[in-house]
Design a protein around this ligand. Structure first.
Ligand SMILES: [Zn+2]
Length: 108
């Protein structure tokens, strides 16, 4: 289950946000963001099948990350999401996000 933060972004009459980012005028704009757990990917060309996670990844004395099964190096990758959607309403925006992330739930 992925919990999203969804909030309306105010645009001025020129279609700019408070911070000067341009989106243009039109339907209400919503920002959605979520943090996903980091994933670990084998650096070697032919990886083993082991699933490397936050709990089983091993770290050597130099701070490098390794697969607990084959011992090869793995790379930590973040996949946080932050994007924008135009929608008539907050519920509409939720539907759009839920279509892309079927397990999405929302704060508030
Ligand atoms: Zn491995």
């Amino acid at each position: 289950m992925t919990k999203f933060n969804l909030q309306r972004v105010r645009l001025n009459q020129g279609g700019y946000t408070d911070t000067g980012q341009y989106f243009g005028i039109g339907m209400p704009l919503y920002e959605y963001r979520a943090e996903f757990p980091p994933t670990y990917r084998h650096v070697m060309f032919y990886p083993c099948d082991a699933e490397v996670t936050e709990t089983n990844v091993t770290t050597d004395k130099d701070g490098n990350l390794h697969c607990p099964t084959c011992g090869h190096r793995v790379r930590k990758e973040y996949s946080d999401v932050c994007d924008y959607v135009r929608a008539y309403s907050r519920d509409d925006a939720k539907s759009v996000v839920a279509a892309m992330y079927p397990d999405a739930t929302f704060y508030r």
